[in-house]
Design a protein around this ligand. Structure first.
Ligand code: NAP
Length: 280
């Protein structure tokens, strides 16, 4: 059994990012820049945004933080996005979700210019992924694909089962696996017999947000297990997979923490560099 070490690979990607930005600086070129908008004071969002800021700072990407009060109007938020869209020195724009209830997340996300949509949540980017065309790939599924690639895990012809069908993880994950030649099944809360599907999986992606959803008797011998979940159990961070039960059967498995999470953050840096290239 091999641990899919997202932390180590993310560190490598961050080093490469730092080298790229250093080379740009040496050539006297503009620094790539990511603008992050945080509305309100949700503690989890504050941590995510702080981590993204630190990742940028340590890799030579300029980080523009916009911290807005929770009662900001939709018009005020949209006009900030318009301003950042028009700013040639800003490459990527990210609005930290969830937003306060009075703000329409879809409308706000859609307002970000497609060439600056580093989270890849907009309909245009989702459309490009669906068509197998270039564009940004959402950070979590892109990070998982990179991790599988790093460990030489071939997807072609494999039974791939994704548990979860959210717009930011499950659906784009299924599309990327399909594009890579996998035979893909997507499960959700209406799936009649979850373990029937998970037991067939050569590659199982658990992205439901339910601690211990995937037990040892629900996976097949030799399966590759990727755990996206971020849940709390007894005050500790855990995934959707019961790690102890699945380790003896899995061929590869991601830990939580240290698996998918760091890869998600690393892919944001890569998407920002891609956005920088778009701006040329
Ligand atoms: P979400 O929007 O709540 O979606 C969860 C999905 O899982 C839904 O499609 C839901 O089905 C399905 N689901 C829930 N319980 C299920 C069950 N018992 N059986 C089968 N399917 C079930 O969550 P998300 O944003 O996709 O995130 C999923 C998890 O990944 C969360 O724990 C989140 O914190 C974590 N996450 C981690 C990272 C990272 O970087 N590590 C990034 C993003 C998210 P329905 O559609 O039928 O409701």
């Amino acid at each position: 059994m091999t641990i899919l070490d997202g932390k180590a690979l993310a560190a490598k990607i961050k080093e490469e990012t730092a080298k790229t930005t250093a080379a740009l600086a040496a050539e006297g070129k503009r620094q790539p820049c990511l603008a992050v908008i945080l509305v309100g004071e949700d503690p989890a969002s504050q941590i995510y945004v702080r981590n993204k800021h630190n990742d940028c700072v340590t890799t030579g990407i300029k980080s523009l933080m916009h911290t807005l009060p929770k009662d900001i109007t939709e018009d005020e938020l949209l006009s900030l996005i318009d301003k950042l869209n028009a700013d040639d020195t800003v490459d990527g724009i990210l609005v930290q979700l969830p937003l306060p209830k009075h703000l329409n997340e879809e409308k706000v996300t859609e307002r970000i210019s497609v060439n600056k949509d580093v989270d890849a949540f907009s309909a245009a980017n989702v459309g490009l992924i669906t068509l197998g065309k270039a564009g940004f790939k959402p950070c979590t599924p892109a990070g998982i694909m990179r991790l599988l690639e790093e460990y030489g895990i071939d997807i072609k012809g494999k039974e791939c089962v994704v548990v979860g069908r959210s717009n930011i993880v499950g659906k784009p994950m299924a599309l990327l696996l399909l594009a890579a030649g996998g035979t893909v099944t997507v499960c959700h809360t209406k799936t009649a017999d979850l373990s029937f599907h998970t037991k067939r999986a050569d590659i199982l992606i658990a992205a439901a947000g339910k601690a211990d959803l995937i037990r040892g008797d629900m996976i097949k011998e030799g399966a590759v297990i990727v755990d996206v979940g971020m849940n709390r159990k007894d005050g500790k961070l855990c995934g959707d997979v019961n790690f102890e039960e699945c380790v003896p059967k899995a061929s590869y498995i991601t830990p939580v923490p240290g698996g998918v999470g760091p890869m998600t953050r690393a892919m944001l840096l890569e998407n920002t560099l891609t956005a920088y290239k778009f701006s040329k």
